[in-house]
Design a binder for this molecule. Structure first.
Ligand SMILES: [Ca+2]
Ligand SMILES: [Ca+2]
Length: 274
């Protein structure tokens, strides 16, 4: 028997931690539950994928600078243009050598403020007081144009985008025990992220934390044995994991088991997901 369900992404589960790690919107999973003798549960991710389009054309930007009207530049225009062109060549050199962090910092802290009068990144978040007092450009429309170009290049060479792991951890849960108070065993929780490893996991049963680990430091995969309470009624397992990426991605998993009185059922179910 195969069931398909969606995890409820509106859950209050670990909202605080999500804010702490500044995560993107949770990924939604389709759970495919194979209620075989093993009760193997697996996850197939759907939804977002990040493709990194590295298309910055700094040569064109240099041409734009070269051809901009001298009267829009603080004097002496020619010298200032030459300085910016030289700095952009340095950025190109860094990109060529894949030293993206230095290239990004040079654009952000050196070149962009001079051309735009702004101390802001491509998301318009400011650094310092946000304003560069003596920009080299004095025409507002040219500043605007250079702002657009600088932000485009910044977003393209941002190391967080270039080295992005866009797949969240995978979570698998296996259960091989019985379904009465006398023969319940434990969930075996298997979490892994092959690309960036794991940063944090949190496993709760009925809202109580069983495992919390924020010292994983990029460990590729982990297993946990989580005991099912030998108490009649429904018990809810929740697993939350985030990867060790600069732009973290997260996964949720939730499963519910109904434990029955002794002598009841004798195995085979039910496990309810959702
Ligand atoms: Ca991954
Ligand atoms: Ca990511």
């Amino acid at each position: 028997m195969i069931k398909k369900c969606k995890f409820n992404s509106d859950s209050e589960f670990n909202k605080m931690n999500i804010e702490k790690y500044n995560l993107k919107k949770p990924n939604i999973y389709i759970l495919i539950i194979l209620l075989s003798g093993l009760g193997l549960l697996s996850l197939i991710p759907i939804g977002k994928s990040f493709t990194n389009n590295f298309t910055s054309d700094i040569d064109e930007f240099k041409e734009l600078i070269q051809n901009s009207p001298d009267e829009c530049w603080r004097k002496p225009a020619k010298i200032r243009k030459d300085v910016v062109l030289y700095k952009l060549s340095k950025v190109q050199e860094l990109i060529y050598n894949e030293i993206f962090e230095d290239a990004y910092n040079k654009m952000l802290y050196d070149i962009k403020p001079k051309l735009t009068g702004l101390k802001t990144n491509e998301e318009a978040d400011s650094w310092g007081d946000g304003v560069f007092k003596n920009p080299w450009i004095i025409c507002e429309d040219l500043k605007e144009l250079f702002l657009f170009e600088c932000d485009l290049i910044l977003s393209e060479i941002n190391p967080l985008n270039i080295y992005d792991d866009d797949t969240p951890p995978t979570i698998e849960v296996q259960y091989e025990g019985g379904y009465t108070t006398e023969d319940v065993t434990e969930w075996i929780v298997h979490i892994k992220d092959l690309e960036s490893g794991l940063k944090l996991i949190n496993i709760t049963v009925d809202g109580e934390v069983r495992y919390y680990d924020d010292q994983l430091d990029g460990t590729i995969e982990v297993y946990y044995n989580v005991a099912v309470p030998p108490i009649e009624g429904f018990h809810v397992l929740r697993v939350w994991a985030i990867n060790n990426d600069g732009s973290p991605d997260e996964s949720f998993f939730q499963a519910t088991i109904e434990v029955q009185p002794p002598g009841n059922g004798g195995g085979g179910g039910p496990i309810i997901i959702g």
